[in-house]
Design a protein around this ligand. Structure first.
Ligand code: NAD
Ligand code: ADE
Length: 468
């Protein structure tokens, strides 16, 4: 059996939800239609490490229709929708993902998705957060210098990765060199994954080309903003069924995800505070009517805390020890280090109680002074841990970019190692594919007008660097 999912009996339910999602994903459906005959991904082995949701199932089936041989895992231990995974396994795509994986299982799933039955790796990768790319690069570095796996670390996840890599190294001393040699490129979904890629490029460690999908306008200015605007409050409500109106919310970070999150809380009629390090984003928050202050300033007032920064140690254990009774703390940034969960667990006298398990993780921490705080999704992505992530329409924009990025890599196999973006014209095409579904009608630019503003009649309609 070349898959591992929670329960194959969920496959028919998964298929019904996939069919519903397809109707809300016009970009992916149009891409299937446009490229279904020519099959630009024919024969290519594509592995994906991206939340195994219903929307991702539609992406996977798009890649298959375009000719790819696909294997998949999730990029988060809590984000898999088990019915989606089961439907994909039933359709014959090897998938290794279930909701509530342990970290050991998570990295084992990533390894299995990267490894085809003949022991070889993929031609192309779809990554979200960079874990598949990390495993290959760290494995490669360990084959050059195995001592890196013995450097003492108190990072539990790194210990698990090191253990896995030692096992692989013992079996084959050139495994990751061979895998890396075969990989033509990776397309990266999210802000944090792109940061990792750029850092690797700067350190001259990057082994293959990468396409930054996140910074397509139809990704970051839609998924990160409007997706989070929808799925943040969905998650808080599923977790605790609490009324947000009238409460005070502290949103840490006012980038794209922060803007969507702050708006979501305001739409619920919460009083919203925002923290920022960047004066421009801070000023934007002021102009939007939010109170800009520090986490410390918010402690006496805030009932709900949301981290959105992609940075670490935003909410410390000490902050949590000083919060109001019944405060709710959650994170919607990619990794689990925005909130100091490890230090919280070790806080003197704190008592931990699991309220709900991995189907919708909610934990209560009771302090010696009697106040309690709720932590959602163990500090991991709350919208995918406690809810079902962004809705299909917004993911259609993101995943149409992903599919175009995979085609772009396939068309440019010899491109120099580096981090690339998709052409602006493609970004506009992705947007155009979604307009009809909303009943929108574009105005046609005349030749005279095009000349007047200095763009081609057929677009792109704004300069490449235009920020939106
Ligand atoms: P961004 O760079 O646009 O925004 C991050 C903001 O945080 C920036 O404005 C930055 O100045 C601010 N920041 C950094 N350190 C801070 C600190 N110490 N205190 C306060 N503010 C601080 O990034 P983004 O696109 O908004 O993404 C944010 C995170 O969310 C990333 O990890 C990204 O991968 C993730 N993401 C999650 C989802 C989801 O569905 N949950 C979707 C898209 C992106
Ligand atoms: N990221 C945010 N929401 C998602 C979803 N529904 N599917 C896959 N990735 C996501």
């Amino acid at each position: 059996m070349d898959y591992k999912v929670a329960d194959m009996k969920l496959a028919d339910f998964g298929r019904k939800e996939i069919e519903i999602a397809e109707k809300e994903m016009p970009g992916l459906m149009a891409t299937c239609e446009k490229y279904g005959k020519t099959k630009p991904l024919k024969g290519l082995r594509i592995m994906g490490s991206l939340h195994m949701t219903i929307q991702t199932a539609v992406l996977i089936e798009t890649l298959v229709k375009l000719g790819a041989d696909v294997r998949w895992c999730s990029c988060n231990i809590f984000s898999t929708q088990d019915h989606a995974a089961a439907a994909i396994a039933k359709a014959g795509v090897p998938v290794f993902a279930w909701k509530g994986e342990s970290l050991e299982e998570y990295w084992d799933c990533t390894y299995r998705a990267i490894t085809w039955p003949d022991g070889k790796g993929p031609d192309q990768i779809v990554d979200d957060g960079g874990d598949a790319t990390l495993l290959i690069h760290r494995g490669y570095q360990a084959e050059n210098d195995a001592s890196i796996l013995d450097v003492p670390t108190d990072n539990h996840e790194l210990q698990i990765i090191n253990k896995l890599l030692k096992k692989v190294l013992k079996k084959d001393k050139k495994h990751w060199h061979n895998v890396a040699k075969n990989v033509v490129g990776v397309s990266e979904e999210t802000t944090t994954g792109v940061h990792r890629l750029v850092q690797m490029e700067e350190r001259k460690e990057l082994l293959f080309q990468a396409v930054n999908v996140n910074d397509s306008v139809t990704k970051s200015k839609f998924d990160n903003i409007y997706g989070c605007r929808h799925s943040l409050t969905d998650a808080i409500k599923r977790a605790l069924d609490v009324l947000i109106s009238g409460k005070t919310a502290m949103v840490c970070g006012y980038g794209d995800v922060g803007k969507g999150s702050a708006e979501a809380m305001r739409n619920e009629r919460a009083q919203v505070m925002v923290s920022e390090i960047d004066p421009i984003c801070a000023l934007q928050a002021c102009m939007a009517g939010f109170k800009v202050c520090t986490v410390e300033d918010a402690l006496p007032y805030a009932d709900i805390y949301v981290t959105t920064t992609g940075n670490s140690d935003i909410i410390t254990a000490e902050h949590i020890s000083k919060m109001k009774d019944q405060a709710i703390v959650c994170n919607i940034g990619h990794f689990d280090n925005e909130i100091q969960v490890g230090a919280l667990e070790k806080w003197p006298g704190v008592k931990k109680e699991v309220i709900k398990g991995s189907f919708c993780p909610v934990t209560r921490y009771k302090f010696k002074d009697g106040h309690s705080v709720y932590l959602l999704a163990e500090g991991r992505l709350v919208n995918l841990g406690c809810a079902t992530g962004h809705p299909s329409f917004v993911m259609s924009c993101s995943f149409t970019n992903q599919t175009l990025a995979q085609i772009d890599i396939a068309k440019n196999p010899k491109r120099k190692v580096g981090v690339y973006r998709l052409a602006k014209k493609l970004d506009e095409e992705v947007a155009a594919l979604h307009l009809a579904k909303l009943g929108a009608k574009l105005t046609k630019l005349s030749k005279k007008q095009a000349e007047y503003i200095g763009v081609p009649v057929e677009g792109p309609y704004k300069p490449e660097h235009y920020r939106y």
